[in-house]
Design a protein around this ligand. Sequence first.
Ligand code: AMP
Length: 190
Amino acid sequence: MLNVVIFGAPGSGKGTQSDLIIKEFGLDHISTGDVLRAEMKEGTELGKIADDYIVKGQLVPDELIIDMLAKVLDGKEGSKGVVFDGFPRTILQAEALKKMLNERGTDVTLMINLHVEEDELMNRLLERGKISGRSDDNIDTIKSRLDVYRLQIAPLAEYYMKEGKRYAVNGVGTIEEIFERIKEIINRYL
Ligand code: AMP
């Protein structure tokens, strides 16, 4: 399987680039943020708990996310590979993902680390907020999401660096330009 972790701050383009990757390479897409938003919309127990964290821009607790991810992954059996978007966000999640994939005879193939400066992220997220309808695309929540990224999530890049799987990609440019950079890296693994 070709398993790609797409990693970067909120607003760095993970969702946009994930869509292009899955189309180009015939992979499945798992976005934990999308799964949580669907749970919230359905008003499930998990959705209600997640809502409290998401509106504050904080991370949903690891055990909830890991259980949720395991269930979603079970539904992807027979897949050519998966793009993990917004997961993992902590070392514990990364270790859990490795274990889950190893049990299925596979592993994370590579990690794409999109890099965009904070000013640009703020502009992009405020623009997105005008149309996304997301409860967390407002200035206060964006600020805390960027703090959470810098302090809690960004250090995870080191984990994949040590595994020799991390590729830093400049996330500024047109969508097509950025996708070309990513494609060039993924093609090395085919
Ligand atoms: P996203 O759509 O990836 O920007 O995620 C939106 C929000 O969902 C985040 O700010 C977190 O509150 C929550 N979330 C999504 N994925 C995770 C994860 N892997 N671990 C913890 N919280 C998450």
